[in-house]
Design a protein around this ligand. Structure first.
Ligand code: 3PG
Ligand code: MG
Length: 396
């Protein structure tokens, strides 16, 4: 894989460089403001280096999962925030490809930076049809003489901007992608032990692959979040109105049978009578969720049991909130486990989107973690041992 440093060493003054970033940031639904700008900050070193070296920089990214052009998913506010953070103008093209965008690209001066509108407004970006993707990739590639991929959070997607563009342009990995890979390699190759993984998040179907791949490699796997309930159901417990993936109960039962020595489930829960910040709540044993109630966080005994396990760890990977941390009554689990991770003496990695946002939204000290990844899905697929299309394309 060639690196951004190698591109910089070639000299980029006056050259047009297309940068794929992951600027898929969360927005506060009440105010429409960016609620966590971590992904914008993570790509600043790449943009700064290219700008300062006199490149003409065109940046592209996806935002959310729009089904076509949709003003709710415009990257315009991201260009404004990037301008503030970069300390120099980041222009915005209100289309991704097309005459306006290409004119704006060709008018960039040395050190100029332009952000294109959301890649996913174009069906070619995510198409499963390689010729449709290829056509869109050619329009994107026309923005650059070189391509830099620093969108670690999207390297697991076989999308035009990630997988097809690097086949059309000299391609380089940005510093963020390289740093993320270095940490993930450390986790996979020879983690100091005990190695403990904490997995939360809502969907058990998204995590079964990585759970199966990690169980043989870790010393403990602690489960929390919405996916706990399918595991509890697999043990034969009623889960009330909690999130449940009935089709995965059998898979969870098989994992519990094989790995009971390594898997840990919540022992108590905070349950609510509805999904709302002002719902009535109670703390109950995990085996006694009342009918009509739903579990929305792990309880205090689980937090302290998990913190106990973590106190011995030398390597920790955490992905996925342990509860609905966006609502204050259900944030204690995520906060408690995150705080326990900050006390670990060893390599601690926060894997991705939601958990990284949780660290910042809960006001925890980012510097207390060894590494906060920008890619949830990407880091999980890497740990699962899958081939990541974006990395494969950079390696070719
Ligand atoms: C993410 O937020 O997980 C990345 O930006 C990738 O987004 P996606 O899951 O919509 O492809
Ligand atoms: Mg995602």
């Amino acid at each position: 894989m060639r690196s951004l440093d190698e591109l910089l060493a070639e000299g980029v003054a006056g050259r047009r460089v297309l940068v794929r970033a992951d600027l898929n940031v969360p927005f506060d639904p009440a105010t429409n403001a960016i609620s966590d700008d971590g992904r914008i900050r993570a790509v600043l070193p790449t943009l700064t280096a290219l700008r300062d070296a006199g490149a003409r920089v065109v940046v592209c990214s996806h935002l959310g999962r729009p089904k076509g052009p949709d003003p709710k998913f415009t990257l315009a506010p991201v260009a404004l925030r990037a301008t503030e953070l970069l300390g120099s103008p980041v222009g915005f093209a209100p289309e991704t490809v097309g005459p306006q965008a290409h004119t704006a690209g060709s008018e960039l001066g040395d050190g100029g930076v332009l952000l294109l509108e959301n890649l996913r407004f174009n069906p070619g970006e995510t198409s499963k049809d390689s010729s449709e993707r290829g056509e869109f990739a050619r329009a994107l590639a026309a923005f650059g003489d070189a391509y830099v991929d620093d969108a670690f959070g999207a390297v697991h997607r076989k999308h035009a901007s990630v997988y097809d563009v690097p086949r059309l342009l000299p391609h380089y990995a940005g510093g963020l992608v390289l740093r993320e890979l270095e940490v993930l390699q450390q986790l996979t190759e020879s983690p100091d032990r005990p190695y403990i993984v904490i997995l939360g998040g809502a969907k058990v179907s998204d995590k079964l692959g990585v759970i199966s791949a990690l169980l043989p490699k870790v010393d403990r796997l602690l489960i929390g979040g919405g996916m706990s309930y399918t595991f509890l159901a697999a043990q034969g417990h009623g889960v009330g109105d909690s999130l449940l993936d009935a089709e995965r109960i059998e898979d969870c039962r098989a994992l519990l049978a094989e790995w009971s020595d390594r898997l840990r489930l919540p022992v108590d829960l905070v349950v609510a009578d509805r999904f709302a910040a002002d719902a009535s709540t109670e703390t109950v044993p995990a085996t006694e969720i009342p009918d009509g109630w739903m579990g929305l966080d792990i309880g205090p005994q689980t937090i302290s049991a998990y913190a106990d396990e973590l106190s011995a760890a030398r390597t920790v990977f955490w992905n996925g909130p342990l509860g609905v941390f966006e609502m204050a009554p259900f944030a204690a689990g995520t906060r408690g486990v995150a705080e326990a991770i900050t006390k670990v003496d060893g390599l601690t990695v926060v894997g991705g989107g939601d958990s990284a946002a949780a660290v910042r939204v809960l006001g925890l000290d980012e510097a207390a973690f060894g590494h906060i990844s920008t890619g949830g899905g990407a880091s999980l697929e890497y740990l699962e041992g899958k081939t990541l299309p974006g990395l494969q394309a950079l390696e070719e």
